[in-house]
Design a protein around this ligand. Structure first.
Ligand SMILES: *Cc1c(COP(=O)(O)O)cnc(C)c1O
Length: 238
């Protein structure tokens, strides 16, 4: 039996519906289609049974940050078809072997070494792993991600690896309680994507940006993937 204690199915489904509604309204304000934005429900630290409840409510994309926890949930929920698992967390190259080929999309490629390790393992599995390059636009030392100047180099490294398919960029902006203060970072990621796309001659359709506090602003600025945890699942333990 999976853990059901502390899970409130109606609350989960209700908050999921609210977030989807806010995404649709933000998309409409920006002249976008709601379908152009995918909600990734970030289930890290929350039990598999909460994911099961949301899957029953129609949610398909789920985000995880810790390898062992993610693989455990995948096997606990193997009976549900069509779940797309996203890997969002920091990843050391020696753990790439557990991730390549096991996730729909890896959002957090932040170094040529990691790209190389994912490529090697994906190729060994006969898979092509979809990835995003994580960008650290704020240049914060405590955050992962290529700075804007290095993003082109890293994108080129990824494009050179046939075991990987580069789909776009991911951003963890500097924290600000005021979501409007985060908006310029979202715009910056979109502009960086546009210029990289031209310089590298490839389409980079995905922009992964926006979390619980600021996903509305991210959608208005062009996000195609928003990663929302707390707003749907409640606060993470610890
Ligand atoms: C945990 C996490 C999220 C979700 O954050 P919330 O504020 O709970 O919505 C989004 N993206 C990444 C990369 C995360 O690690």
């Amino acid at each position: 039996m999976e853990r059901m204690e502390g899970i409130d199915p109606a609350g989960l489904a209700g908050r999921l519906a609210e977030v989807k509604e806010e995404i649709a309204r933000a998309a409409a304000r920006a002249g976008r289609q709601a379908d152009d934005v995918r909600l990734v429900a970030v289930s890290k630290t929350h039990p598999a049974e909460a994911v099961r409840v949301l899957a029953a409510a129609g949610q398909r994309d789920f985000g995880e940050s810790y390898v062992q926890e993610a693989l455990g949930k995948q096997s606990a929920l193997f009976d549900i078809s069509g779940i797309r698992w996203h890997f969002l967390g920091g990843l050391q190259s020696n753990k790439a072997k557990f991730v390549a080929g096991a996730f729909h999309l890896v959002h957090s490629v932040d170094s040529p070494n990691l790209a190389q390790a994912l490529h090697k393992r994906a190729t060994a599995r006969g898979a092509v792993q979809d990835v995003l390059v994580q960008v650290n636009l704020g240049g914060e030392v405590q955050k992962r991600g290529a700075c804007a100047d290095d993003a082109q180099c890293l994108a080129e490294a990824v494009l050179a690896l046939p075991g990987l398919r580069l789909r776009g960029l991911m951003l963890m902006p500097p924290w600000d309680e005021d979501a409007e203060a985060v908006r310029p970072w979202f715009r910056g990621l979109r502009e960086l994507r546009d210029s990289l796309s031209i310089r590298l001659g490839v389409s980079l359709p995905e922009l992964s940006m926006g979390m619980t506090n600021d996903f509305v602003q991210a959608v208005e600025e062009g996000a195609t993937l928003v990663r929302v945890g707390t707003r749907i699942f409640g606060r993470r333990p610890g």
